[in-house]
Write a protein of this length. Structure first.
Length: 220
């Protein structure tokens, strides 16, 4: 992992239309999650300066995959202060912005979720042990799944509106999940959390724009 630095983006604007959101719960520190994501997903997340959301610094990791037009931001719940309610049930947030952000988000969720429930299909199925490279990445994804105890994905864009959040205890019967229809009280609680998360993300997007903006460039 590299030391903290101050990366810049030619276009530092994050919006709901181009940013996929992954919320995760884990006992690992953010740098450990970054290492696991790098190993399993072939990323290069590096520690950068803390991002101030409101007045609170949050540990932050950054990777810009220029050939794929993707930006990855890993943000951790602060350790020594009361976290924003958006982090009430989660410890880390992964933002993916760019062309294939939604497909990356869905694959990450499916791969982690399927391993949690022992569903060995698709990329969760063990590859041929003689295919050493694919087997290596399969093992790395297993380690990532072991570290993440809960994962939910969200989208608040006009074309990519989605949420896997459920607040009631449900037992999955099919992949990814076939759950009972949410009751009115659960739907109200989910909607309330969606508003909380969106408010936090609006602040986060503003903070990222400030932190990643190249001040030597002119932006309209």
């Amino acid at each position: 992992m590299k030391k903290k630095y101050a990366p810049k983006l030619p276009d530092p604007a994050f919006t709901f239309d181009d940013t996929a959101i992954v919320m995760m719960r884990t006992q690992d520190y953010a740098y450990q999650t970054a290492i696991l994501l790098n190993e399993a997903c072939r990323l290069q997340l590096s520690r950068i300066r803390d991002i101030y959301i409101g007045d609170t610094p949050h540990p932050c990791f950054f990777y810009h995959d220029e050939p794929a037009w993707l930006v990855y931001i890993l943000i951790a719940r602060p350790q020594n202060t009361i976290p924003d309610p958006a982090f009430a049930e989660y410890s880390q947030m992964l933002l993916i912005r760019g062309r294939d952000s939604w497909s990356f988000q869905q694959k990450l969720y499916d791969d982690i979720h399927s391993r949690h429930y022992g569903i060995a299909i698709g990329s969760a199925a063990e590859p041929d042990p003689t295919d050493l490279l694919e087997h290596l990445y399969w093992e790395r994804y297993n380690r990532l799944a072991e570290a993440i105890t809960d994962i939910d994905i969200f989208g608040f864009g006009r074309r990519n509106s989605l949420s896997t959040l459920r607040l009631a205890d449900t037992q999955p019967t099919l992949f990814p999940v076939e759950a009972s229809i949410a009751k009115a009280s659960e739907n109200r609680a989910i909607a309330s959390y969606h508003r909380t998360l969106q408010d936090f993300l609006n602040q986060t997007f503003e903070a990222l724009h400030t932190q990643l903006c190249d001040e030597d460039e002119a932006y309209l």
